[in-house]
Write a protein that binds this ligand. Sequence first.
Ligand code: 5GP
Ligand code: MG
Ligand code: MG
Length: 187
Amino acid sequence: MSLDSHIEKVIWSQDQILRRVAELASQITDDFKDYSQPPVVVGVATGAFLFLADLVRGIQLPVSVDLVRAESYGSGTLSSGSPTISLDLKLDVRGKHIILVEDIVDTGNTLSCLISHLESKGASSISVCTFLDKPSRRKVHFQLVGEGKFYRGFECPDYFVVGYGMDFAELYRNLPYVGVLKPEHYS
Ligand code: 5GP
Ligand code: MG
Ligand code: MG
């Protein structure tokens, strides 16, 4: 029962992912190089942990790193629609430029909740860098703060994907690529 045998199809290979993440990191390096203050890169646990790790290692600037946790999904594939913040920042972000790092933006509920939360802490700008984006499923429009920019790795078709940090029922986060599970494993 190997891990790979649970996957029906690979959507993005490890090579494709690492190449795209390197491009995002150099874009961010370029966009933030003239700012007088180091940005605070905030990863959304748990799903963004691998993307966060690869992204920050590619950014050629001093940055601080922190985590928040927001939960809108149970163990299944359907959103509860009302995310709660269950782990808050350690750092003080008043007056700072935040780059919020997400695994995937689906309905937009989680992201808009996190943006309002971080904005209320006095961040001077909030950018978003999401590994995947499913614009076809958007229900909530989110707004960046200040001069915040939007970065995304790939536009994702309307599948429930796993791997590269993303889970189904807390499994498959450790896959180094992104794929779709065989139907018998979505249960
Ligand atoms: P939203 O609040 O935008 O509907 O959902 C955001 C969160 O739902 C993501 O951060 C992620 O944790 C989860 N999610 C949305 N789509 C997928 C998917 O295709 N696969 C996995 N594993 N998680 C997803
Ligand atoms: Mg997430
Ligand atoms: Mg999940």
